[in-house]
Design a protein around this ligand. Structure first.
Ligand SMILES: C[S@@+](CC[C@H](N)C(=O)[O-])C[C@H]1O[C@@H](n2cnc3c(N)ncnc32)[C@H](O)[C@@H]1O
Length: 254
């Protein structure tokens, strides 16, 4: 079983979110276990205070090292050592390859959610293995980032999704963005589903989807597109077809 422990000031909210839907069912079936721990429960003062003023002055408050350590120690004593990640806007930006790596290299993650101005650096030095950011912006707390990481990693654990194709076919798995998706009805508000998807011809559908994925990636994420290996005969043929379509339709966007 893959274990994820989340150290937070909002254990009930995080617990509720992580117990919903696919991740909830995966926990009932023992493929994963996600536990939220209230850091305040590990304080040694009556007020359950977890933060104090920053040394050196300045605005705001900093989460103190000791409650974090006591909470972390309780988790390690209960579930054994875990790869410890502090969610921080100053960390390395999380991408799908990190989700794959965290799933492949560990079976126990401990995610530390900060608040206020962040957490005491000495806890990071002593107990954090890596710092991860979910993007170049600043949120009020680490809960949403922790849930992002937990969700992205958990869905790669065997049994959580029906089969590996569910995530291997998706955006970012192989450097491509996913092709467009459609469901019933065949026509909605005058917009029709591309006829090829109704043809039942699996090879042609696969070809169309690959072409759409290439096109989307080229248009929306040229940075990803540049890194793709498109040297296979099939891809070269698709690229030629895309070029022909572009000059035939005269569409600057394709
Ligand atoms: C207001 S932020 C602290 C920002 C910090 N003073 C700084 O400038 O780097 C409070 C907490 O939210 C979380 N957080 C905010 N933005 C994040 C991001 N982009 N990725 C991951 N965690 C983030 C972190 O856990 C952080 O300790």
């Amino acid at each position: 079983m893959y274990q994820i422990d989340i150290m937070t000031l909002f254990d009930e909210t995080v617990g509720d979110m992580m117990n919903e839907s696919i991740l909830g069912r995966a926990q009932e079936r023992d493929f994963i276990r996600i536990e939220a721990h209230q850091i305040r429960d590990y304080t040694r003062n009556k007020q359950k205070q977890v933060d104090d003023y920053p040394y050196g002055g300045g605005r705001g408050a900093v989460m103190q090292a000791d409650p974090l350590y006591q909470c972390w120690k309780h988790i390690v004593d209960t579930h054994g050592p875990g790869h410890t990640i502090y969610l921080s806007p100053a960390g390395k930006t999380f991408v799908q390859a990190d989700a794959k790596r965290l799933k492949a290299d560990y079976d126990h993650l401990i995610l530390v959610c900060g608040h206020y101005e962040g957490i005491d650096e000495r806890f990071i030095e002593g107990y954090v293995d890596e710092e991860i950011s979910i993007g170049d912006f600043v949120l009020t707390g680490g809960e949403l980032p922790a849930m992002v990481i937990a969700d992205a990693v958990a869905r790669l654990v065997p049994g959580v999704l029906p089969d590996a194709e569910c995530f291997q076919d998706e955006s970012h798995w192989n450097g491509l963005l996913e092709y467009p998706q459609y469901s019933r009805p065949e026509e909605w508000q005058g917009r029709r589903v591309p006829p090829i998807l109704l043809s039942g011809h699996h090879a042609n559908i696969a070809k169309w989807r690959r072409k759409q994925a290439l096109l989307r990636t080229r248009l929306r994420r040229p940075d990803l597109y540049e890194t793709l290996d498109l040297s296979s005969k099939q891809d070269q043929k698709l690229l030629r077809e895309l070029e022909e379509e572009r000059s035939r339709d005269g569409t600057a966007s394709q």
